[in-house]
Design a protein around this ligand. Structure first.
Ligand code: HEC
Ligand code: HEC
Ligand code: HEC
Ligand code: HEC
Length: 456
């Protein structure tokens, strides 16, 4: 995926910083109530129902509307989700089907689960096509019950939600939706068996991935009806932080069920490049030089990338809660870096960590952000160079995405003389990840220190 330098960001529109925090706090509070009744009679109508030029199929964004109205055009032309089904019929997708003994991938429920809107036959309206990939209703929910009414005057978002629309406005719920495919669930997942057959490894970061998608919604959103548009110049920071917390929770839940399943150990929970790297002479091996702290030499370590960077924010938001999380995660890391851990203990610790990260997610989504917080996070993360870079290539990748998201948000309001140098130094972090098998923690740490020195 192309992130970093090539990220294109929409301009931020509003002007009063604090209000978004209030909006998000309200949005989150609203989600705490179980206000999501399953809309049983709702059917999936397919993206064609949204594509008219007077609805969401305008070619250019419209200036006179609360929404752009070109959402369909963005999706169909620029968004990879529209091509998700085609990935199954392409050469890699077809070969995967062969290797895994599934036959044609585009007919396998195992693949369609994330690459299309594979809903039961009785939930498909006549207009529905499986080959349309990950389409509007994959994220926004079945439309038949709100399709007509949501275009009428005075119809509210809450009414749509009650009629079966999924609440993507709520950041926690939004991230959960992305992660259902970008991390997986017990019902649909990508494991090392699929990766060994050709599937890309799954990783995620809400802010970067939303930019690359690309976004078809205005950021920041308007607040409540009648309230003027607010300015959340810091929505990138909030998206990053909330995305991280929800991602940690989801990955802990995944460990909890995987630890009890028959396919264990699950290699994709471990550091890929601990196994997949070139061997060198002993004199040139940074791994031997580094040693194997906390594990038997040669045992593959746990992939801690979903925690290594996020813990800096966790400590800023709730130091006591984060210290408890540190303990739980340390226990998981230790167990997963052994060949035969006590699976019940792993599942228990993971469930505990999931619940702690859930509490953090709520606070992170609701709290206000400003330049000082963004700068402190940038400094804290980049100062943790040795510890983070030793957690492996995936943690390094999360570091680069985090610094990128935070710096984009920071430099939008704060103009500093060193901005171009910081930008270049962050880009150089991404460059070091081009060939992951060659990842070298000493080099990455040195570059993190360079970023850090420029932020002073
Ligand atoms: C848990 C959800 C999930 C499941 C199940 C899943 N995929 Fe994917 N797949 C993804 C995601 C998400 C991506 C994009 C990853 C990224 O770029 O970060 C992807 C990417 C791919 C790609 C690369 C596409 C490209 O444009 O390069 C192929 C090929 C693919 N999947 C095939 C399959 C096949 C075949 C199956 C069934 C055996 C399958 N997938 C099952 C979620 C899933
Ligand atoms: C991969 C997930 C995904 C897909 C696919 C998707 N959307 Fe969205 N959409 C979102 C997210 C996330 C938001 C931002 C949160 C919000 O405002 O609800 C959003 C926002 C919107 C908004 C703005 C809502 C508002 O109140 O500001 C519209 C309109 C919209 N989407 C229409 C569409 C249409 C039409 C399609 C299909 C052509 C589509 N979306 C496909 C995830 C998706
Ligand atoms: C129903 C499953 C599903 C959901 C929900 C989903 N995605 Fe995806 N996403 C996919 C699949 C499958 C692909 C791979 C498509 C391809 O490459 O052909 C993908 C690809 C992407 C890519 C392109 C990655 C690349 O390698 O270029 C981005 C960015 C992305 N998704 C972001 C998001 C975001 C942000 C959300 C939530 C708002 C989201 N996705 C929700 C399934 C999903
Ligand atoms: C415990 C060691 C171990 C870990 C950790 C591990 N793998 Fe593997 N992987 C293997 C083995 C063994 C094979 C089979 C190699 C063979 O048959 O030659 C394999 C096969 C593969 C293959 C197919 C072979 C190839 O060269 O194309 C890919 C791709 C792959 N792994 C990617 C990953 C990714 C990505 C991760 C992390 C999410 C990962 N692996 C984690 C041991 C591991």
């Amino acid at each position: 995926m192309k992130i970093g330098t090539e990220r294109k960001r929409e301009a931020l529109r509003c002007a009063v910083a604090g209000l978004c925090a209030i909006y998000f706090a309200a949005a989150f509070a609203a989600s705490a109530a179980p206000a999501y009744p399953p809309a049983e009679s709702s059917k999936y109508t397919g993206p064609g129902s949204c594509s008219s030029t007077s609805c969401h199929g305008s070619v250019k964004p419209r200036g006179d509307s609360r929404i752009f109205q070109n959402e369909y055009s963005i999706w169909v032309i620029k968004d990879k989700h529209a091509k998700a089904y085609d990935a199954l019929t392409g050469p890699v997708g077809e070969r995967m089907g062969r290797i895994l003994g599934l036959g044609k991938s585009e007919q396998a429920a195992k693949c369609l689960a994330c690459h299309s809107l594979d809903v039961p036959a009785d939930a498909r309206a006549k207009t529905f096509e499986l080959s349309e990939g990950v389409s509007c209703e994959s994220c926004h929910g079945p439309a038949s019950a709100w399709l007509g009414p949501h275009t009428t005057r005075n119809w509210t978002h809450e009414q749509s939600i009650a009629a079966g629309m999924y609440d993507t406005r709520n950041l926690v719920r939004r991230t959960e939706k992305c992660l259902s495919c970008h991390l997986g669930t017990q019902e649909k997942s990508v494991d090392h068996e699929m990766i060994a057959a050709g599937h890309p490894d799954l990783y995620f970061e809400l802010d970067s991935f939303s930019s690359v998608m690309p976004r078809h919604w205005k950021t920041p959103r308007e607040s409540a009806p009648g309230v003027p548009a607010e300015n959340d110049a810091w929505s990138g920071v909030r998206d990053w932080g909330t995305g991280q917390a929800v991602q940690l929770r989801a990955s802990m839940e995944r460990i909890a069920w995987r630890a009890k399943s028959k396919n264990w150990p699950e290699y994709s929970e471990l550091q890929c490049f601990a196994c997949h790297h070139d061997l060198t002479s002993p004199e040139q091996s940074w791994r031997q030089e580094r040693g194997y702290a906390g594990r038997r030499p040669g045992d593959p370590p746990w992939n801690a990338s979903r925690y290594a960077v996020f813990r800096e924010l966790a400590h800023q938001v709730d130091d006591t809660g984060a210290s408890r999380l540190d303990d739980q995660v340390a226990q998981i890391a230790k167990s997963l870096s052994q060949l035969n851990p006590d699976r019940e203990a792993v599942a228990l610790a993971a469930a505990g960590a999931a619940s702690l990260s859930n509490q953090l997610a709520a606070r992170i989504a609701a709290q206000p952000y400003d330049a000082a917080i963004a700068l402190r996070l940038l400094q804290k993360i980049s100062s943790d160079a040795d510890e983070i870079s030793n957690e492996g290539e995936r943690a390094a990748e999360q570091t680069a995405m985090a610094l990128d998201s935070l710096f984009i948000a920071y430099s939008r309001t704060e103009k500093t003389a060193s901005a171009a140098d910081v930008r270049a130094a962050i880009n150089a972090l991404f460059q070091q990840l081009q060939n992951p098998s060659r990842y070298n923690p000493a080099d990455f740490a040195a570059q993190m220190r360079k970023v850090n020195s420029l932020l002073r």
